[in-house]
Design a binder for this molecule. Structure first.
Ligand code: C5P
Length: 226
């Protein structure tokens, strides 16, 4: 017998992380950012200077690496992430990692290793897990499944705001739209667990909705379901 799981999937920049973190906080559940794990692993591959198409070396690294996640300082801050005991919290958000993460996370050995860890953490339930394949693959029996979307232009605008807040160099909306569309395309056309709405997920289009509105809708839905 396990506690409930909320699965939140969707394309890049749909606001999944912020929403998932707030839903977890208001329901007293644990928040699991699976994208942070794929990002941390991608950082490690780049750090070790392994060629992105060396699937054997990458598989070996995936089976040996140790990823740790702990909550950020407050509701606004992202999770803290360690890989092999190096704090990569900031390093996983760089354009260098973002541009390579889809290629690495398309490899089946990488997914197997990380999904195993996610399912282990989720054995007892009581969590809000967020990613691309949570409802379809990682926790197919999640009590609540949400597929969060927004138009590409809205997502680019949100990303630009995030960068601004973090004091990162300004990136044009055109450039951000291009990057987002490219990552969506790679994530949804890969062979292993592509980004897809689970048949039993509720799709929420979030253009024009605030974080707190989206959070409230999911919390309501959870309370109605259980
Ligand atoms: O959610 P975030 O943008 O941090 O995810 C980074 C990348 O990690 C995605 O673009 C995708 O390639 C990969 N990912 C994945 N499966 C997940 C979560 C993330 O393949 N469950």
């Amino acid at each position: 017998d396990r506690s409930p799981v909320i699965a939140i999937d969707g394309p890049a920049g749909a606001g999944k992380s912020t929403v998932a973190r707030q839903v977890a906080a208001s329901l007293g559940l644990v928040y699991l950012d699976t994208g942070a794990m794929y990002r941390a692993f991608t950082w490690l591959v780049l750090q070790e200077e392994i060629a992105l198409d060396d699937e054997c070396a990458i598989a070996e690294l995936a089976n040996l690496c140790v990823i740790e996640l702990t909550p950020g300082e407050n509701l606004q801050s992202p999770v803290r992430v360690w890989i092999n005991h190096t704090d990569v919290t900031q390093l996983i958000r760089t354009p260098r990692v973002t541009s390579k993460v889809s290629a690495i996370s398309a490899q089946s050995a990488v997914r197997q290793a990380l999904v195993k860890q996610q399912q282990n953490w989720g054995k007892k339930g009581g969590l809000v897990a967020e990613g691309r394949d949570i409802g379809t693959h990682v926790f197919p029996d999640a009590e609540v499944k949400i597929f969060l979307t927004a138009s590409v232009s809205e997502r680019a605008r949100r990303r630009q705001q995030d960068f601004k807040k973090q004091g990162q160099p300004e990136v044009s909306l055109d450039q951000l739209e291009k990057e987002i569309a490219e990552r969506d395309w790679k994530d949804s056309t890969r062979k292993v667990s592509p980004l897809r709405k689970a048949a039993d997920a509720i799709e929420m289009q979030t253009d024009g909705l605030s974080i707190s509105e989206v959070t409230a809708k999911i919390v309501d839905f959870y309370e109605q379901t259980l």
